[in-house]
Design a protein around this ligand. Structure first.
Ligand SMILES: NC(=O)c1ccc[n+]([C@@H]2O[C@H](COP(=O)([O-])OP(=O)(O)OC[C@H]3O[C@@H](n4cnc5c(N)ncnc54)[C@H](OP(=O)(O)O)[C@@H]3O)[C@@H](O)[C@H]2O)c1
Length: 280
């Protein structure tokens, strides 16, 4: 968002960066907060946020994990529950599973009772580590299209993916759709719910009619900010599971003075940088 490449990036400057964080209200309550009123942002010693976007944090969870897990965790939770309506026993594919949000989606899909969770991404180390966090199979996506298409088709098997959470979009999604598109008249098979949740690989895809006509594919978005009740429930579920260790987020703490270094280096391995305006 600070780079201006996100659809919700600020249009008026100057603006303080940072959309969410952990802080203390004036009465001392430790909260996760979101939605600072522009031009104010989260990367500051004090900020201005709507009271409705302040949520108390369970005691067992440290500041860094709480700051890092809330946004991607709630997003992954809602994508899987509210949007995809993942049911126990279904197969879920996470495309872009090596990012912070994708890694959480893998863990949450398994917690929700998915019978198989397939993690697809570029970073081999991150993919291997996901085996210990609920992935039953992994697919490397940085390979020739034909190979990737075969890998998707192999993992889809006879029954296919019932849920796909897509953090990449762009070319990898086009290859995935080619893999699930049928080339003959046949029963469309089980319903496939693809939730468009991110665009790390590209902002657009070319969508062949055959992908929609030969399969029972439904493409959904994440649908903006949900109702307060839904958001609160998802937040409480994610925080409780993070506090109990059922889901884990990888973090790295940096002082605000090092923000330029944090932004200019490539982000790899699905680790969320947590900025500390106050330092220790
Ligand atoms: N809709 C929502 O509510 C919501 C919430 C959170 C995030 N998002 C979106 O979801 C996406 C991922 O977020 P994140 O938090 O997981 O980000 P992140 O931690 O920065 O991870 C970025 C991910 O994108 C992958 N990637 C980057 N460039 C790529 C490319 N050219 N081709 C293929 N893969 C590429 C990385 O793969 P490797 O590490 O394997 O190289 C990594 O998996 C972003 O678009 C973000 O805006 C949406």
């Amino acid at each position: 968002m600070a780079a201006g490449s996100h659809y919700a990036s600020p249009r008026e400057f100057p603006a303080v960066c940072g959309t969410d964080g952990v802080g203390h209200l004036d009465d001392g309550t430790r909260v996760f907060f979101g939605g600072p009123r522009r031009p104010y942002g989260a990367m500051a010693e004090r900020t201005v946020v709507p009271r409705a976007f302040c949520f108390p944090i369970p005691d067992g969870l440290d500041d860094s994990s709480a700051a890092a897990v809330a946004n991607p965790g709630v997003s992954a939770w809602l994508s899987l529950t509210h949007r995809a309506k993942l049911a126990p026993g279904e197969t879920a594919l996470v495309l872009g599973a090596t990012g912070v949000t994708g890694k959480l989606a893998v863990q949450i899909a398994k917690l929700m009772g998915a019978s198989r969770v397939i993690a697809a991404g570029r970073n081999q180390q991150a993919l291997a580590a996901l085996r210990d966090r609920g992935a039953d199979a992994t697919i490397r996506i940085d390979r020739p299209d034909a190979e990737l298409r075969d890998a998707f088709a192999h993992e889809a098997g006879e029954t296919g993916f019932q849920v796909i959470i897509d953090y990449l979009w762009g070319h990898p999604t086009e290859v995935l759709l080619a893999a699930v598109t049928r080339s003959e008249f046949a029963s469309a098979g089980l319903e496939v719910r693809l939730v468009q949740a991110g665009e790390s690989a590209g902002p657009a895809i070319s969508l062949p009619a055959a992908a929609l006509r030969s399969t029972a594919l439904t493409i959904l978005g994440t649908a903006g900010i949900p109702s307060r009740d839904l958001l609160t429930d998802a937040f409480n579920q994610v925080m409780a599971r993070a506090a109990s260790g059922e889901i884990r987020v990888d973090t790295e703490r940096l002082p605000l003075a090092d923000i330029e270094q944090a932004w200019s280096r490539p982000q790899t391995g699905g680790r969320r940088v947590v900025i500390e305006p106050l330092g220790d």
